[in-house]
Structures are given as C-alpha cells and as structure tokens.
Ligand binder design. Structure first.
Ligand code: GA4
Length: 331
C-alpha cells in the first residue's frame, strides 16, 4: 500500500489530503464464454462481484473487435481536430463536446469529451463531429448496438442470480426510449506532472447514476475506484482487451443496496494520453425505479420510488462528487 498526499479528488478544491493507494487488490475477471457451459456459476460470480466491488472486468464478451476498432478510430479522429472545430460540437449541455468543464455545476477536470445520446439517430450526424457524418453515425450505432447486447447479457445473468423474471432488467435498456448515453473521453498527457504521485484529476470522484456502465480504454491506466473512504484501488486495463463493468446508482436502488455503486475517478499521471469509451445503460425517463428483489429477499425498502427522469434531474443539480441518492432515502 502506498500513502500519498494528493489534491482533493474534487479538482476545484486546493486541499491536500492523505490518500492510500491499494495496488494489491484486483477486480474479479468474468469469462463470459464460460457462461455458455455453466450459466448459473457465472451469474453467481457476477452477483458476488456486484455485491463486493460494484466493479468487475469481462473477457470473451462477444463484442466484435472490428466494431471496437472503428469506434476507437472515430474517437481518435474527433479528438485530433483543432479545438475550435471541436468547440462547435459544444457546449455539453448536457450532450455534445466539453473541455475541462464537467456537468452544469462548475466541476472541472483535465479531460475533454463528447457525450452522445444513443436513442437519437440524427443528433450524431453533424459535420463538425466528423468529416464523414454518415460513417460516424453508422459506427457509433454499430458500437452502441454491440455494447447494449453485452449489457443486456450481463443484466440477464444478474437477473438470474437474483431470481428476477426473465429479461426484467435488460428490457429497460432494450426499450426504444432508453436514455442510455455514450461518452468518449480524452485525457491529454499531462507533461507537467513530474512526480508520479502528485496526480492531477482527470475526472473527479463520483458514482454513475444509471443502471450499468461498460467502459473500455486504450490501455493507458488512470481509473481508480474507492472501496472505502480515502483508499483508492487502481484498475489496470485488462490485456485481453476486455470491458470494465460497474454498477450504477439505479441498480443499487433496485437491489435495495445489496449491490454497491462505488465511487471512482480518473487520474492523469501518464505521459501517454488516455482515451476511454463509456456506455451508460439507462432506463427510459418515465421508468419507475424501486426495490425489485423477490419478496423473500426484499427487506425494508431503503429508498422511495422515483422515475429515472426525477433522478437524472437531481444529478444535474448536484456537484459531481455529491451522494445524490441520499435525497431519495426514507428517513
Ligand atoms: C457521471 C456519469 C456520466 O459520465 C454522466 C456524467 C454527467 C456529465 O458529465 O454530464 C454528470 C455526472 C455523470 C454525475 C453528476 C452530474 C452529471 C456531471 C455532473 C456533475 C454523463 C452522467 O450521467 O452522470
């Protein structure tokens, strides 16, 4: 374990606090190929990972490499454009291009990004996003369809492990009105970081509001998760080019806190730029979010019922690092 004095995870604050870095903890790796022969075992492994870490990696995920490569190429082409051209796709309000500003409440980080709605086929076809908007749109749609399938498979395995009805969770994101989002992030290499421990914050600590997140990176480290306050576990990119999957706040509520949605952040400490692509699987705005565990496991509900639209609105009125779910707790 390494102890470092680091800038507060909130990139706006100039506070130094002691942090512990645990690089001895490894996230569970789930081989989805083995679910073909032993589905119930894999579903148990995933449920356990969601309970203990809220994070896990998947390999043999079935998303074709060609689709991934094409999406990565589009991300690379976009971030290589001159700033003035990228700015034309902004501001991210909440969709579009953003540089350093995160959300609507003044959070900042060493990141530029493109936030795309996945259920609106026309919004991603602007020429300032790509010289060839049709190709861009096709590739984004191809990637979104493939990762949605993967998210559905993971949610079906979770549903089986929890004893929920067939397709109960996955149909929320298969819905044509699903409010899922695709995010392309680019963390430029921070050459002014001399001391490796004095990390700059690329994206400050937060939980993801949605159901499930599927993340890929270009193999450059930076993602860290916090399993306990002030302790950060680096998530090293998997050599088998897998996806990192994490539980969002909505799934935490639906499982009445049996699953954890864990705070994570990205630090910029490398001479190599990090690019990542995140798919945030969300329900339709009108979907009601409530404890959905079978009666025998239900327990006393911790949260009030709310719609995804209510919760999304609340997330945008909060700062990045706020524990937004507290507003929806029974007192
Ligand atoms: C975190 C997860 C997703 O990246 C995101 C982010 C969103 C944004 O960047 O616009 C938020 C953040 C995220 C949570 C709190 C609010 C909203 C920035 C922010 C300060 C797209 C999302 O859905 O919530």
């Amino acid at each position: 374990m390494v102890i470092v004095a680091a800038a507060n995870a909130n990139a706006n604050a100039n506070v130094l606090k002691m942090e512990k870095i645990r690089d001895d903890i490894q996230l569970p790796i789930i081989d989805l190929l083995s679910s073909k022969s032993n589905r119930s075992q894999v579903s148990k492994q995933i449920v356990k990972a969601c309970e203990e870490y809220g994070f896990f990696k998947v390999i043999n995920h079935g998303v074709p490499q060609e689709i991934i490569t094409q999406m990565e190429e589009e991300a690379h082409n976009f971030f290589s454009k001159p700033g003035s051209e990228k700015e034309r796709a902004g501001p991210a309000n909440p969709y579009g291009y953003g540089c350093k500003n995160i959300g609507l409440k003044g959070d900042m980080g060493e990141v530029e990004y493109l936030l795309l709605q996945t259920n609106s086929p026309f919004i991603n076809s602007k020429y300032y996003i790509s010289q060839d908007p049709n190709k861009f749109r096709c590739r984004v749609n191809g990637y979104v369809e493939a990762v949605r399938e993967l998210a559905c498979e993971v949610l079906d395995l979770i549903g089986e492990g929890l004893g929920l009805g067939l397709g109960f969770l996955s149909e929320l994101i298969r819905d044509v009105q699903s409010d899922s989002v695709l995010r392309l992030n680019h963390y430029p290499a921070c050459c002014d970081v001399i001391d490796k421990s004095a990390s700059k914050i690329g994206f400050g600590e937060h939980t993801d509001p949605q159901i499930l997140t599927l993340l890929r990176s270009n193999g450059v480290e930076g993602l860290q998760i916090s399993l306990e306050e002030g302790v950060w576990v680096p998530v090293n990119p998997h050599p088998d080019s897998g996806f990192c999957v994490n539980v969002g706040d909505v799934l935490k509520v639906m499982t009445n806190e049996r699953f954890v949605s864990v705070k994570h952040r990205v630090v910029v400490n490398s001479y190599k730029a990090r690019t990542s692509i995140a798919y945030f699987a969300a329900p339709p705005l009108h979907a009601t979010i409530t404890n959905c565990l079978p009666d025998k496991d239900k327990g006393n509900p911790i949260y009030t019922s709310f719609t995804w639209g209510d919760y999304k609105k609340a997330t945008y009125t909060c700062r990045l690092g706020d524990t937004r779910l507290n507003h929806f707790k029974f007192h």
